[in-house]
Design a protein around this ligand. Structure first.
Ligand code: MN
Length: 293
């Protein structure tokens, strides 16, 4: 596996650069359809080395603002998703401080978001979770487990988080009722035809000054640019839509993030390249706000 993220030095030559932990979690335990997300983290890291660290739209380079520490992957051989998530929880608690450590986690299936949100929620009581996804992931239980990828946002809701969902176009009736009845869930559906700027404005109004955790499920994007997912849904977010949305979302206090559910296809590096580029855009627009302020 590559030892660098975005092919950048894993140390800071100057002070005041942000340290970003990159945590690969190639876990595939409760995946319900297509498989291969266990190969997601490695593919994203590899694709990231092919991406220029300079963002010509914002005229900034990643290495001016941050450096990446690539962590060994977490992939323990345990029985049952619940035990694995507990393992991640313990690992985070023993090695990191939520107020100081920005972790960019690479999945693996979406269930791994739960221990990460729990980790940050302990420090930030008013944490908001922004979810980009095709599926609401709000089921209370799926195939006998409350810790399935299909339930991860319901678990985050139970922690007391406010949730904002974007890209959602696949929802069961139970989830639909929860979305309609929970004051702590705001879902932007594609058929509302809001522009990315409008959605960004509404998100900012909800989040206000509260800390934010961003969870990005690859299938939130349109399968034409993100074919490497287990459960593709047509009608997803375009790269242009995402790029405008993310560039207008700031200023925000982003405390951690993940990118999940990428399942690389054989002989096609499109999906991991798009994934790495999306992570890149989140980070450059995040650092660009610092430059302006
Ligand atoms: Mn998901």
């Amino acid at each position: 596996m590559q030892s660098k993220f975005f092919d950048l030095p894993d140390f800071a030559s100057l002070e005041n650069k942000k340290k970003i932990w990159v945590l690969p979690v190639p876990f595939e335990g409760t995946v319900s359809y297509g498989t291969g997300t266990k190969k997601g983290p490695e593919a994203i890291i590899e694709a990231s080395t092919q991406i220029e660290s300079f963002d010509p739209e914002l005229a900034i380079s990643l290495e001016e603002y941050c450096y990446f520490k690539l962590l060994p992957e977490i992939n323990r051989n345990v029985h049952g998703v619940e035990f694995f998530l507990k393992d991640i929880e313990t690992f985070l608690r023993n090695n990191f401080v939520p107020q100081n450590d920005f972790i960019c986690t690479l999945g693996g299936e979406h269930s791994i978001t739960f221990p990460l949100v729990k980790f940050y929620k302990q420090a930030y009581k008013d944490l908001v979770v922004l979810q980009i996804d095709a599926h609401a992931d709000l089921r209370n239980e799926y195939e006998g487990s409350k810790y399935s990828h299909a339930c991860v946002m319901n678990r985050c809701l139970e922690l007391g988080c406010e949730i904002i969902q974007i890209g959602i176009r696949s929802v069961c009736k139970e989830e639909w009722n929860l979305i309609k009845n929970s004051p702590r869930i705001t879902t932007f559906f594609p058929w509302e035809n809001l522009s990315p700027s409008q959605v960004a404005e509404k998100c900012k109004a909800i989040i206000s000054k509260r800390p934010l955790y961003l969870t990005f499920d690859a299938d939130g994007l349109d399968p034409s640019i993100m074919p490497g997912v287990g459960t593709p849904e047509p009608g997803g977010i375009s790269y242009e839509w995402f790029k405008t949305f993310i560039s207008e979302l700031w200023p925000l206090n982003l405390v951690g993030m993940d990118f999940c559910e990428l399942a690389p296809q054989p002989f096609n590096v499109l999906s991991q390249s798009v994934a790495a580029k999306c992570i890149f855009k989140i980070l450059t627009s995040f650092f660009y706000q610092q430059k302006r302020s």
